[in-house]
Design a protein around this ligand. Sequence first.
Ligand code: FES
Ligand code: FES
Length: 151
Amino acid sequence: MVKIKTNINGIEYAKEVEDNQLLVDFLREELGLTGTHVGCDTSQCGACVVHIDGNSVKSCTTLASQVNGRELTTIEGLAKDGNLHPIQKSFQNNHALQCGFCTPGLVMSSVDLLDKNHNPSEEEIREWFEGHICRCTGYKNIIKAVQEAIA
Ligand code: FES
Ligand code: FES
C-alpha cells in the first residue's frame, strides 16, 4: 500500500492505495467520480482522460500512486456554481454527443487543447483528438463544438 495526498476538483484527499491500483479505478470506485469512463483499458479510446496539473492524461494507464502531491481535475470539476464550462456548453449546443460515453474524455481533452493553443486549426483539433474514439458521432459535431468554443 502507498499513502497519497492529492487535490481533486479542489478537495484535498489523503488516502492509502494499492501499489498497482489504476487511477481510473481509484477515481470511480474509491471516490465515486464515475464521470471518468473506461472504454478500452488499453490507452486507445480516451474516455478516461482527466487533467493532472493541467495536462490531459489517460487515467486507465496511470497509477493512483503517481498522483501523490499532484492536482487533478475530472469532468465533475469543470462546471462552476451550477454553470457548465464553456466547452461543455458548446458540446451541448452542437449536439457533439450521442450516447455520451466518449464525451467526458473529449471535453477534458478539448479544455487542455484550448488552454495550450487558443486558436487551433481544424487539422490541429483533429490531430489532438488522435487518442480518442467516438463510435457514434463521426466527429463532425465534436470539431464544430471546439470551433464554437474558440469563437
Ligand atoms: S479507457 Fe483509457 S484510453 Fe480507453
Ligand atoms: S457519443 Fe457515443 S461514443 Fe461518442
